[in-house]
Design a protein around this ligand. Sequence first.
Ligand SMILES: Cc1ncc(COP(=O)(O)O)c(C=O)c1O
Length: 461
Amino acid sequence: MPVSSPLQLDRRRIDELIDRELAALNARTAQSGAMYARAKESLSGGVASSYQLRDPWPIYLIDGVGARVRDVDANEYWDFHNGFGSMVQGHAHPAIVEAVRERVALGTHFAAVTEDTIVVAEELKRRFGLARWRFVNSGSEATMDAIRIARGLTGRDTIVKIFGSYHGHHDAVMVSIGVPYDKIGDRDNLASLPYGAGIPAAVAELTIPVPFNDAAAMERRIERLEREGRAPACVIMEAAMMNLGVVLPEPGYLEEVREITARHGIVLIFDEVKTGLAIAAGGATERFGVTPDMVTLAKTLGGGLPSGAIGATEAVMAVVEDGSVYQVGTYNGNPLSMAAARASLEHVLTPEAYGHLDALNDRIVSGCDAVIERYQLPGYAVGVGSKGCVTFSTERVVDYETFKANQDVAVTELAWLWNMNRGIYMTPGREEEWTLSVTHTNEAIDDYVAAFDEMAAALTA
Ligand SMILES: Cc1ncc(COP(=O)(O)O)c(C=O)c1O
């Protein structure tokens, strides 16, 4: 919860601190600047994905071990970015290094199943309580195939998503994602807005957004779609939103969504690309105690190797098994990725590891909340498992509208620069959060909180 009567921050002071911290970061990352000058001549924008862009240049990394990473200027950081939330195992974990080393010498790709793939499917079945699994190579592939399976099963084209949620970069879900929109429509009639150019309007119109944490609004929209002869195939959603900082489900919300989708014959997909294996052994499904019809996984699954998965009930996967929906891909179940995933599940992401992550998250959330209280900052800390953030807002954020209306963008930008200059490597972007790894220690957490304390002091001086 935000503090009840927060301090009014001095906007000029925030801007001055941003300028000062940006100049300091530029000075300490000169080699990244030089690498950018070279990279942009052959690599568009100097990066491999537009999510890696940054002005005036991206920070280029060389290596990482455990919770530490190093950039090309030899600056060392605690890694709270963790590869957009993929490296919950920490970098170069010995169990994963060993598994990959063994596998690489035995051949890395056959397009035939190796035993590790079966072991991983068995373990995911146990953790998520879903009977049948398939593998892919990224989160986008997982959500793309999950939606196709839902459409194949129901014979319907329309899909429902949460306004502000990100589910990957394929056309069906690059709709009504976040932050650039000013006119989103009213809660009962949120607009289907393409995210960037190149998304056909005809495809975007098939994707209907609804607000998070409002089951009644979801049901009203579903009923209207039914009346219009456009009943949805699926609702795809994160059980806890991880692309507006962290937004937890309100008590009872997920249970209501489960009940509504079941009653309307709609496939419920929990996109657990960020939450799965990161906030509990069985992801959000276990943590919040609501089992969907399908889950999608990626990120943490492969321990840093490209992989993704789709889990579903037997009834849903029947359309794959009888051949009516093609769920395919040359690199699906790649032996190297599956060896890493197996080692991760068997030796790294153990019950003790989740206990450790929960303890670390309690420490960072309570540490940040204590700073907020001491300085009466407009904000609050929120976390679950390996994930969390400080949301700079005078109001509690519960959905896209409250995020857009209340998040303090300038302070969020300052916090990123501040952290980078104090050895805390954070995911850039106002929608992002921290990801802890099993190799993080109390020392890493305390350094994070100390940097935050120092920023709070500078902001309120
Ligand atoms: C919830 C969610 N789903 C899907 C994706 C897409 O995953 P990928 O980038 O591996 O394609 C992301 C990526 O951040 C995500 O956060």
